[in-house]
Design a protein around this ligand. Sequence first.
Ligand code: ADP
Ligand code: ADP
Ligand code: ZN
Length: 213
Amino acid sequence: MKIVMLGAPGAGKGTQARMISEEFGIPQISTGDIFRANIRNQTELGKKAKSYMDQGLLVPDELTLDLVVDRLAKDDCAKGYILDGFPRTIPQAEALTRALCEQNSKIDYAIDVEVPDENIVQRMSGRRACPVCGATYHIHFNPPVQEGICDECGAQLIQREDDKAETVQKRLDVYHAQTQPLIAYYKEQGCMYSVDGTRTMEDVFNDIHKILK
Ligand code: ADP
Ligand code: ADP
Ligand code: ZN
């Protein structure tokens, strides 16, 4: 089962991808997490990616494509995966289709988590992330048991630099210009599904579960 999560930044893609990953036992592959790990480890890729991410821009396709193709070739991807944050541009989607086509495979489900821009700012300003295990929380909608501490691994939670209000509007503009066209792309491919992302995390997950069955 190969799944692509679509939706605005902060729509809940990562939250849902994590739940799907646990339910179906397939890995969640988040390009944002991969870039952030590279920034933490101060790799060459991390240094290049950071300047774009800090401005709310997309990392160029040249830096993104090989990374994903290499990741999908790993053993744990054999039964399928959930792509969370990739593809984000039409050229990325076309490259993914080509790479899968070479293995006689394809994306089975593209799931758009629909949340209007008005709700996004609130989602992002309250987001807190675990820099160690990647778990995501919200100060109001999904708080950790102990304030500021990851339930899963005990690490100190952080607010992402690019979740600050100044960058959020830029990321939304980039989403509408570069990523939203993917909805038409996957419609064309016949695997496009949408869920109402404004409901509770559990309700959204139930809707996705019905689609995947
Ligand atoms: P969000 O949770 O807001 O959807 P992500 O963690 O997926 O954010 O991505 C954070 C940042 O990493 C993006 O704003 C972008 O700069 C970069 N990024 C992540 N995935 C991609 C991608 N597929 N192509 C280009 N840039 C990406
Ligand atoms: P994305 O990966 O699309 O950027 P996240 O999964 O990180 O989005 O979610 C963004 C923020 O919104 C997080 O703080 C998360 O806890 C919260 N969130 C996710 N889903 C919901 C929901 N259905 N209702 C309210 N808040 C949510
Ligand atoms: Zn953690």
